[in-house]
Ligand binder design. Structure first.
Ligand code: 13P
Length: 251
C-alpha cells in the first residue's frame, strides 16, 4: 500500500503573516490525516514556517534548489542551506521552471541528483503541454522527462522520490484532467518506471496528480488506482479547501 502524499505549492504567493497563518491552519487540519502533507512556501519564509510547523506532522519543502554545492552562484540557494532551514523536500522540474524560466531536462536531472545527494526527498514534476497532448504525445513527453529527470538516480534513492504528473494545460487554468485521462497517464508513467527499475520499485513509488485540483474534484482523482495524492497550487492557499483535499487523500 502506497501512502498518499499531498503537497501545497504556494508558488510566489503569501507574505510572512499570511504564510504563517496558512501553515498553522494546515498543521491543525492535517493532524490526523493518513496522507503525508508537505508545504512549499517561498524561500524567504522557510525559517519562520519551519518554526510554525515544529511538532506537527506537516513537512517543509522548497520550490526549487540549486544543483551547485556552494560558491559564486549569485541568487542560488543550495540544498545544504535548505536542509539547514528545516527543509526536507524539494520540487524539481516544475512546469513553471521548465517553461517560464527555461530549465532543461539536464538541469532538472542535476537538481534532482543534488537534492537526493544532500538527503532531501524530491518531487520530480513532469507533464505535457496542450499542443503535445493534442498531437497525441502525452505519454512520449512524460516518458522523456521521466527518463531524463531520473538519469543516474540509483534504485536505493527511489524511496525518496515522488513523481508529480502535472499536465501544463491544467495548471492554474481550472481545466482538470479527467480522472480517466489522468489515470491513463499515471499508468503509463508507472510502466516506464517498471522498465527502468523493475516491478517492485515501480509499484512502491508514488505518483501525484497536479493541475487545478479542487476540494470538489480531489476525491475522484485520488481514487484512481495509480494516483497517490496531489500537488496543489491555487487551492493550497485556501485553508478549508486544502484541508478537504488532504482528507480526500486520506480515506
Ligand atoms: P494549480 O493547482 O493552481 O493548477 O497548480 C498546480 C501546480 O502547479 C502545483 O505545483
Amino acid at each position: 500500500m502506497r501512502q498518499p502524499i499531498v503537497g501545497g505549492n504556494w508558488k510566489m504567493n503569501t507574505n510572512r503573516a499570511s504564510g504563517t497563518e496558512l501553515a498553522s491552519a494546515v498543521a491543525s487540519s492535517s493532524a490526523s490525516a493518513r496522507a503525508q502533507v508537505v508545504v512549499f512556501p517561498p524561500f524567504p519564509y522557510l525559517l519562520t514556517i519551519a518554526d510554525t510547523l515544529k511538532g506537527s506532522r506537516v513537512m517543509l519543502g522548497a520550490q526549487d534548489v540549486s544543483d551547485r554545492a556552494d560558491g559564486a552562484f549569485t541568487g542560488e540557494v543550495s540544498c545544504a542551506m535548505l536542509k539547514d532551514c528545516g527543509v526536507s523536500w524539494a520540487l524539481t522540474g516544475h512546469s513553471e521552471r521548465r517553461h517560464v524560466i527555461g530549465e532543461t531536462d539536464a538541469l532538472v536531472n542535476a537538481k534532482t541528483k543534488a537534492a537526493l545527494a544532500a538527503g532531501l526527498s524530491v518531487i520530480l514534476c513532469i507533464g505535457e503541454k496542450l499542443d503535445q497532448r493534442e498531437a497525441g504525445k502525452t505519454d512520449l513527453v512524460n516518458e522523456t522527462q521521466l527518463r531524463a529527470g531520473l538519469a543516474g538516480v540509483e534504485p536505493a534513492s527511489l524511496s525518496n522520490v515522488v513523481i508529480a504528473y502535472e499536465p501544463v494545460w491544467a495548471i492554474g487554468t481550472g481545466k482538470t484532467a479527467s480522472p480517466a485521462d489522468a489515470q491513463a497517464a499515471h499508468a503509463h508513467i508507472r510502466k516506464v518506471l517498471r522498465s527502468m527499475y523493475g516491478v517492485d520499485h515501480a509499484e512502491a513509488m508514488r505518483i501525484q496528480y497536479g493541475g487545478s485540483v479542487t476540494a470538489s474534484n480531489a476525491r475522484e482523482l485520488f481514487s484512481q488506482p495509480d494516483i497517490d495524492g496531489g500537488l496543489i497550487g491555487g487551492a493550497s492557499l485556501k485553508p478549508a479547501d486544502f484541508a478537504q483535499i488532504v482528507a480526500a487523500a486520506s480515506p
